[in-house]
Structures are given as C-alpha cells and as structure tokens.
Design a protein around this ligand. Sequence first.
Ligand SMILES: [Zn+2]
Length: 302
Amino acid sequence: MRWQDFGSSDNVEDRRGEGGGGGGFGFPGGGAGGLGIGTIVILCIIGWVTGINPAILIGGAEQMTGGREPQQERVGPQTRSQRSNKPTDENGRFASAILKNTEDVWSQVLPNQTGKQYRPTTMVLYTGGTRSGCGSAKAAMGPFYCPLDKKVYLDTSFFKEMERKFGVKGDFAYAYVIAHEVGHHIQGELGILGKVQSRQQAAGQVEGNRLSVRVELMADCLAGVWAKNSNDKYNSLEQGDIEEAMQAASAIGDDKLQEQSQGYAVPDSFTHGSSAQRMRWFMTGYKSGQTRSCDTFRAAAN
Ligand SMILES: [Zn+2]
C-alpha cells in the first residue's frame, strides 16, 4: 500500500513507553524490565476491579493470540501531556497514516452513502497493557474496538505477531486489521453495535455467537469498502495488496484458529466467522465500495 503520502492522524494517542516514573509506581526503567512487586499488586487490582467484559469488547483478531498469557502487563499512569500524537517510528507512523486515510475516506463515503457525518475514532497505541473504557487492554488480546470510549486499541507488536504466528505480513494485511477496527467504529456510529448488543443480552450463547459473526463480517466488509474507496481516490493499492488482506482474513478465521489450537473447528462457537466468510465479505465490500453491500444480517446465505 502506498501510505507514505497519507499524512498522519490527529486522533492517535501514543501510550507506548508509558509506565515509567510519573505516578510513583516504580516500573523498572519504563522498558521491558522485570516485574516489580508494585507492578504485580497493581495488575491484580486492575484485573480484579475492571476485569474484561467480553461482551463489550469488539475485537478484530483478538483470538489470534488467544490463550497465551501476556509476558507482563504494564499499566502506567496516563498523563495526557506525556503522550505524543505524532509517532515517529515506522510502526507508529504507519498506523497513524492508515488511520488518517480511513478518516479521509469515511468522512466522504459515510455522508454520501448513509447521510451520516463521520466522527473519527481515536486510536490508542500501547505496549504490553493499558487501560481502556472497556477494562484493561492486553497485547495478548490483539487489536480491539471499545464502544464505550469509542477508541481502537492497538499494540503495534501485534504486526510482528501476525507474521510470527501466521506468516501473515505485508503492510496491507496490517492496514486491513486497522480498517476492520475502524469498521466497528462505523457500526457504532450507525447504531448497529448497540442494537446487536441488546439482542445478544436476550439471546443464548449460540445465537449470541451467531450475531457476533455477523458484526465481525460486516467490519470485514467495511474494511473492503474503505480499501476500494481509498484506491479510487488515492490510487493507494499496490500489486499484491488484496492478496495480503485475503491471506490475513484467511489466517484469522475462527475455523483456522480453532483448528490450530484444538485440532478441530466448532462452528457454533465461532465469533468472527470462518476464513472463507471473512475473505468473501472483505471482497464484497471491496468490489462494491458501498456500505449498504455490507448488510451481513440480511444476507440469507453465508
Ligand atoms: Zn472485529
């Protein structure tokens, strides 16, 4: 993807490297040092008090690293003044550029196609762990969208993880993950997340999972809509980009992940959709470029 000219988003909260000094919690060196006793106590309290309510976390690929405990979690005091909004490292610049492009694209496409103004999401970059409006965020969860604070949470080491665990690499594969999370934000803006969540509360586990799959596939489709409109307007796609996204969509399908972790797939327990579904819905959005093509709830066959 030709992202170098996208510019950078004003809606990035870079919390990486936080946790050292400042609040007096005494995190060792602010780096990847050992766990101090203070850290452990804080982790327990945060885990106990906030926990993670899976019902309000909308993850793009959180299961990619599911089951693996994070090496450590550093939740530091977050002082806005310490945050830089313009990352200078490669991963940070990339994430910021992709976010900026989703803003440019959706602020045109959403009003044109739905009559609704686009209010951008904020993307929080973090390492290890941080706090979100939905509870504590851990790198092991993968990127996710929290509808309560309307922010996308991304540990940029996730990109490395995608490559290491699944052999998925390429900037467009990573861009697809970000666009998928932004897709959840759009679902929130359109009032879809709220409706689904109330239906889920009334539904049983199987039906709840089925609704989750619809939400996830719609986010994949919206990522496709973004890709198409981005390319039309900015000529941003390069040879092989769509294949990269397909590879990513395939690698993070629930069936693949389950087969990998337990040797077989249990469709009723899918929350994101199968590899084939994820690829197909991305392509549906990409081919049409139309938000309305992403109505995964109406689609009879899947
Ligand atoms: Zn998702």
